[in-house]
Each structure stands twice: as C-alpha cells, then as structure tokens.
Write a protein that binds this ligand. Structure first.
Ligand code: FES
Length: 98
C-alpha cells in the first residue's frame, strides 16, 4: 500500500491506492484545514507535495477548477480530492514550515 508522509510532523500512514491525502491525514492524526468537507470549494486543504507528485492520480475536473481558482502552485494539491497511487510526502505552511 502507498505510504503518505507528513512533514515536519513526523507522521506517516499507509493507505489503499485511490485513498485521498485527507483520508491518510485523518488516519495519521495530521490536522488539515477544511471547511467544505471535501466538496472542492474551500481550498483550505491545500498541501504541498514535496516528493512523489507523480504518485498522485491526475486532478479530476473538480480539483482542476479549484487549482485554477485558488492559484495553486504546480506542486500543490487539494488533500480532499487528490488520490494517492504511490508513496508521497506532503506538508502545509501551518505545520511549521519556513
Ligand atoms: S476540504 Fe474544501 S476543498 Fe478540500
């Protein structure tokens, strides 16, 4: 199963292929901001993928619209919508990154 690492929290979690980053975060007790419960509206669940960006399935139409509307950087994905297909490492600014 793919492994999702959360830095700098020092947490990680294996999830089945196709699970969302948010699902992995919840299982790892890594808090991720959200206000729309995965409806692809708020963008608060934005995470930066530090490693393994190509181990995520391509954004669907809903996530792609969010990426464009919120101005995500090329390595940023919506945790509630991005599906894990291999090992990745993610972070957010509110986890204490510089
Ligand atoms: S939780 Fe709102 S877009 Fe992901």
């Amino acid at each position: 199963m793919p492994k999702v690492k959360f830095v700098p929290l020092g947490k990680e979690r294996e999830v089945p292929k196709g699970a969302s980053i948010l699902s992995a975060a919840n299982r790892a007790q890594a808090p991720i901001g959200q206000s729309c419960s995965g409806d692809g509206i708020c963008g608060w669940c934005r995470v930066a993928v530090l490693d393994g960006l190509d181990h995520l399935l391509p954004p669907g139409a809903l996530e792609q619209r969010l990426i464009e509307e919120k101005g995500f950087q090329t390595n940023e994905r919506a945790a509630c919508l991005a599906k894990v297909n291999g090992d990745i490492t993610v972070t957010t600014t509110y986890w204490g990154n510089e």
